[in-house]
Design a protein around this ligand. Structure first.
Ligand code: NAD
Length: 453
């Protein structure tokens, strides 16, 4: 079997090889998952809940090991990686409550009783990108399993190690064989097989908009369900009436977290023209102080980029922009890149329009509220964003005016496992997390029982 060498992005050293499974292995895993579905769907709700809680406990017991593994494989800072392992535990615990709450309805009808049931779909295929291997896996598999589905999951080529470990931990927690399988492989082979295999009843895809479109087209052939969590080019709108010190101190983290490899990165910084110069003078020291260093250190705020090829792509954007200022980055081995602020000349600059997916902020001034909303919406994407203002009416007006699935006011946070997350426009559709995500892994069945004699 073909195999791929994984590289530690912070050092450039080879970590280990990982098998790249093919169609035969994908078909075998899907067949096992289909067999496992027949018994998993029959497991009593309380027992399924208990198994998911035990899975959460086992993840918790191995959280540090998972975090260290993510640091080596993905170059995430240890602080982030600990949060990510904790997030998997949290979503498992949260959705462990779902099996006992998946209640249908009894609907009044004449001549009988009408009931609805939330039926599991069957085998769910989950395709994960390299930027957040653990949380994005968990956001899919936890609600899918809770609803009574079985899961085959394809991690990204470059970052499969934590997902593979999670599959082992699932078995250790007592989940039956075949209920949760992780299958490393290439997207156009294993991922594509999830799209074409008739036994896979839903594909949950997180990744680029380009690939998402092809997944959606492929799923149409079998009218297969699909959720798409795609790219973003999110606006951070700073009004003159905001707490400028707080907004400037927070802006770097809103982009440079995970080295900017974040679909929610607020990489389009819109600053009201009356405070533009002052804001940049506050932003500069915050960018320069951003700690880019060995991701194993507790003090690290940012690690390296994922690969040499990705670093080249990010550099192609900064090379064609006007650099306002940069932070610093180690210059040794590894795929380091300094936090960079670019002055956009107009809203047609490539770095303003495209998802750079690196530690790069593009700044543009705006004049008034209407222009801020128009600029924020002038993108094919609609995933997240931030608004900084002390005016409550403006905060609500702009929140309603910006076409994006998640918005934060006076904050850059996007994700809480108990609130819904997902995109509008070409950032995708379907919602992960929150109380309703589990319903996306079910079909509603309606049953009518005649009571006529
Ligand atoms: P990508 O689209 O290249 O790959 C994502 C996954 O799809 C990988 O596992 C890959 O192997 C697989 N894949 C590739 N081609 C495929 C095909 N033809 N058929 C089936 N599967 C295929 O994306 P990436 O570079 O790994 O991740 C970065 C992208 O993900 C960015 O655009 C980012 O914004 C997006 N993202 C979105 C969210 C969200 O929640 N909206 C979260 C994280 C990342």
């Amino acid at each position: 079997m073909d195999s791929l060498d994984l590289i530690n992005p912070a050092t450039g050293a080879v970590l280990q090889g990982v098998p790249m499974n093919g169609i035969a292995e994908a078909d075998a895993a899907i067949a096992r998952a289909q067999r496992a579905f027949e018994s998993w769907r029959q497991v009593a709700p309380g027992d399924r809940a208990r198994l998911l809680r035990r899975f959460a406990d086992v993840v918790d017991a191995h959280a540090e090991e998972l975090a260290q593994l993510e640091v080596r494989n993905s170059g995430h800072t240890i602080g982030n990686a600990r949060w990510e392992a904790g997030n998997v535990r949290d979503v498992l615990e949260y959705y462990a409550a779902a099996p006992e709450r998946l209640t249908g309805r009894q609907i009044p009808v004449a001549g009988g009783i009408d009931m609805t049931f939330h039926e599991p779909l069957g085998v769910v295929g989950i395709i994960v990108p390299w930027n957040f291997p653990m949380p994005i896996a968990g956001w899919g598999f936890a609600p899918a399993l809770a609803a009574g589905n079985t899961v085959v999951l394809k991690p990204a080529e470059l970052t499969p190690l934590t997902a593979l470990r999670l599959a082992e931990l699932a078995l250790e927690a007592g989940l039956p064989e075949g209920v949760f399988t992780v299958l490393p492989g290439r997207g156009d082979v294993v991922g594509q097989r999830f799209v074409t295999h008739p036994a896979v009843r839903k594909v949950c895809f997180t990744g680029s908009t380009r690939v998402g479109k092809s997944i959606m087209a492929g799923c149409a052939d079998q009218v297969k369900r699909v959720t798409l969590e795609l790219g973003g080019k999110n606006a951070n709108i700073v009004f003159a009436d905001s707490d400028l010190e707080k907004a400037a101190a927070s802006a770097p983290g809103g982009v440079f977290d995970n080295a900017g490899q974040d679909c929610c990165a607020r990489s389009r910084l819109l600053v009201q023209d009356s405070v533009y110069d002052r804001f940049l003078s506050l932003l500069e020291p915050a960018v320069k102080a951003y700690r880019v260093e060995d991701p194993r250190l507790d003090t690290a705020e940012m690690g390296p980029l994922i690969s040499a090829a990705h670093r080249e792509k990010v550099a192609s954007y900064t090379a064609e922009g006007e650099v306002a200022f940069t932070g610093t980055a180690p210059d040794g081995d590894g795929w380091w890149f300094p936090p960079t602020v670019l002055l956009a000349q107009s809203a047609s600059d490539r770095h303003w329009r495209e998802e750079v997916f690196g530690p790069v902020i593009s700044v543009l001034p705006f004049h008034d509220e209407a222009e801020a909303i128009a600029l924020a919406n002038d993108t094919e994407y609609g995933l997240s964003g931030s608004i900084w203002t002390r005016d409550l009416g403006r905060a609500l007006r702009v929140s309603r005016g910006v076409d994006t699935g998640n918005l934060s006011v006076n904050s850059h946070s996007s994700v809480r496992y108990w609130t819904p997350f997902g995109g509008m426009k070409q950032s995708g559709f379907g919602r992960e997390l929150g109380p309703d995500a589990v319903l996306g892994f079910t079909d509603v069945k309606n049953v009518f029982i005649s009571t006529e004699s």
